[in-house]
Design a protein. Sequence first.
Length: 83
Amino acid sequence: MNIHPSLLPKYKGLNTHERALKNKEKYSGCTVHFVNAILDSGKIILQKKVRISKNETVASLAKKILVQEHKLYPKAILKAFNL
């Protein structure tokens, strides 16, 4: 399992926050997915959407998403193992 700081399949790889802001996205978020041989392409377990504010910065978006990552990962573990 892996947690990725974007709403996959958008923004696979690095610099996800910068790319979301550059493309003037209204939302970003995080995804927990199974790992496979293709970068950030495994089956999605759970996602959490986060609204991007008008004056969002890379740092503020990263912080906002990190909070959600900490909440989402335990839920994804429970879901993946049917606990």
